[in-house]
Write a protein that binds this ligand. Structure first.
Ligand SMILES: [Zn+2]
Length: 290
């Protein structure tokens, strides 16, 4: 059964989770002097016999050192919100992880986030949070930090898509980057026990779409986009998210249509697109939900 997530930190988007135009280099090894903090999830001892993964793994959070102004700002935003701790605890409570999985906050030299298959570790670059903050500040958001945390939340779920595909060896079709975006949408937009998605998570999905819109604007002419890349074109990622936001709840999220950005040619099929996508991810992860 799919465990619905709730937004314990407030909303927003994500900047370039596995940002378009090429993946980051393989992560450097962790700074051995960095303070390491284990975030304990709920006691799951009673559930250990349930899933085939059954490893009792946790996500282990490390905030590495930040020296550049951009990284220092991003680290401040993430650490003050206890963002990584929250994501780690949520994931450990949601999925049977086959092993402990490191989750790094790191100065990468670029705005990005990535899953390393060789290290079985996830990194959210401090610069990613800083870049999101710049976008939402420029847009005069009333609370750009909240928008940033929401964006990074979507980024984390995108990377969790890569992580689950890897550690569970999930079968799927299509490009992995698109499939990872789909898991981010499913985890943000799936209704919880109230029958509706958490409004903060819906806002996070909206803000994630705003990030792709901004990214497309920053990157100039579409002809300059590296279409050979594994990622979809930024504006297509924006439209995908708008479609899934609308499709996940066409009544409450009709504002996506009213805002006029998502054409009817796409929107009319979004509820069915959402339903198939949501069911696919729910079934792919079915053996692993706690
Ligand atoms: Zn990615």
């Amino acid at each position: 059964m799919l465990i619905r997530v709730t937004a314990a930190v407030s909303s927003a988007v994500l900047l370039g989770g596995c940002s378009g135009g090429g993946e980051a280099a393989e992560p450097e090894s962790a700074d051995p002097t960095a303070a390491e903090m284990e975030v304990a999830g709920p006691d799951n001892a009673a559930d250990r016999s349930k899933g085939p993964a059954d490893g009792g793994g946790q996500m282990i959070v490390t905030y590495e050192e930040a020296t550049s102004p951009e990284a220092q700002n991003g680290k401040k935003i993430m650490s003050e919100a206890q963002f990584l701790e929250e994501m780690a605890a949520e994931t450990s409570a949601m999925l049977d992880l086959p092993q402990d999985i490191p989750l790094f906050g790191r100065q990468c030299g670029e705005a990005n986030a990535y899953w390393s298959s060789s290290d079985k570790a996830m990194t959210i670059c401090y610069e990613d949070a800083d870049a999101s903050f710049q976008v939402f500040s420029k847009a005069n958001d009333p609370d750009p930090v909240a928008s940033t945390i929401g964006a990074e939340r979507a980024t984390f779920y995108h990377e969790l898509g890569h992580a689950t595909i890897d550690v569970y060896d999930l079968p799927f079709t299509g490009r992995e980057e698109d499939v990872a975006d789909q898991l981010a949408a499913v985890l943000l937009l799936e209704p919880d026990e109230t029958g509706k998605a958490d409004p903060d998570n819906v806002q996070a999905a909206v803000d994630w779409a705003r990030i792709w819109e901004d990214s497309a604007a920053q990157n100039g002419s579409p002809e300059d986009f590296p279409f050979w890349d594994a990622h979809e074109y930024d504006l297509a990622r924006m439209y995908n998210f708008e479609c899934w936001i609308y499709g996940s709840n066409p009544v409450d999220n009709k504002f996506i249509i009213d805002s006029g950005t998502l054409p009817e040619d796409r929107s009319q099929d979004c509820p069915e697109e959402w339903e198939r996508m949501s069911r696919a991810w729910d079934e792919m992860l079915d053996p692993y939900w706690k």
